[in-house]
Ligand binder design. Structure first.
Ligand code: FE2
Length: 296
């Protein structure tokens, strides 16, 4: 039996009826319509920003909209992003994580609420991280950046080391909210973006983290940038020794997927897809991995 992962990100669910809420409802319906028959080997993986302000009512709405996925039997894996921790994603409060836990994790099982967390799905290992874990201090909590923290990076390394001896058909899929390396754009826009990234949008300990992954991870998945990109086979994937690196755009709004050039920069001339975007990743029994963008 193959293994399938539907990767979506950045739902940004609101209290009131909003485009985001309506779009997610539509996405949930489409996933069920198309993949329910494959539910036993298909997981839905959501890389954070479930809600827009870390608000308790928003969490309830988000869970309510996603509930049909759970009830038809999809395994759903979710991790938090900066917007799950506070208003507009720029003032993180640790206490908001409690709402995340009660909506998407199992508070009765503390191990399910700590990161890194590893789950088995099919023959494979899904390792989820919380890129807000070290980001909730008085100053740290400001702006939209993230920080895994030394403890989480070290714990992840220990966990990944223990998987090094696995057969090559068993894949390690690592996922987090923040993009762990700088996504570079050309020209003046690129310059401004890079300043903005460095001030308050990136993963502060991303470089250290990426270095610690070399040769240990088969797929790296993230969101946060709202840009739907495939870095596989580029300079980025060679630099960190990770064959497949994918970011998912903000699935609840219309986005363009651009081609990523060999040097890791974005080719704005080439639009590959446009719409509400997600991805389907498929791992065959022999370990062959393929993926495609889903336009919901
Ligand atoms: Fe985010």
């Amino acid at each position: 039996v193959p293994t399938q992962i539907i990767h979506i990100s950045d739902l940004h669910i609101q209290n009131e009826d909003s485009d985001e809420n309506r779009h997610l409802l539509l996405i949930v319906r489409k996933i069920i319509a198309e993949y329910q028959k494959e539910v036993s080997f298909t997981a839905v993986l959501i890389t954070g920003d479930m809600v827009d302000d870390g608000d308790e009512r928003q969490y309830k709405r988000a869970r309510q909209i996603l509930d049909p996925l759970y009830s038809v039997g999809f395994r759903v894996f979710a991790i938090p992003g900066n917007h799950d921790y506070g208003k507009d994603g720029v003032c993180a409060e640790a206490g908001r994580f409690e709402f995340f836990k009660s909506s998407f994790l199992n508070p009765a099982d503390p191990a399910s609420c700590t990161f890194p967390q590893m789950a088995r799905f099919g023959d494979h290992f899904l390792v989820g991280l919380n890129s807000m874990q070290a980001e909730c201090g008085f100053w740290d909590g400001l702006l939209a950046d993230g920080e895994l923290g030394e403890t989480q990076i070290n714990d992840t390394a220990v966990l990944l080391d223990a998987l090094l001896e696995r057969p090559s058909s068993q894949k390690v899929i690592l996922y987090l909210h923040h993009h762990p390396f700088l996504i570079t754009d050309d020209g003046f826009i690129g310059f401004i973006r890079n300043v903005y990234e460095r001030i308050g949008h990136s993963l502060k300990d991303g470089e250290m983290f990426m270095e610690s992954l070399r040769g240990k991870v088969d797929l790296l998945l993230f969101g946060h940038e709202h840009r739907h990109l495939d870095f596989s086979g580029t300079r980025v994937s060679a630099q960190y020794g990770i064959p497949i690196i994918l970011s998912a755009g903000r699935c609840t709004s219309v986005r363009k997927e651009y081609r990523v050039k060999e040097d890791g920069r974005i080719d704005k001339e080439t639009v590959l897809n446009e719409g509400m975007l997600g991805r389907l990743i498929r791992i065959e029994d022999n370990g062959d991995v393929s993926f495609k963008t889903l336009v919901f």
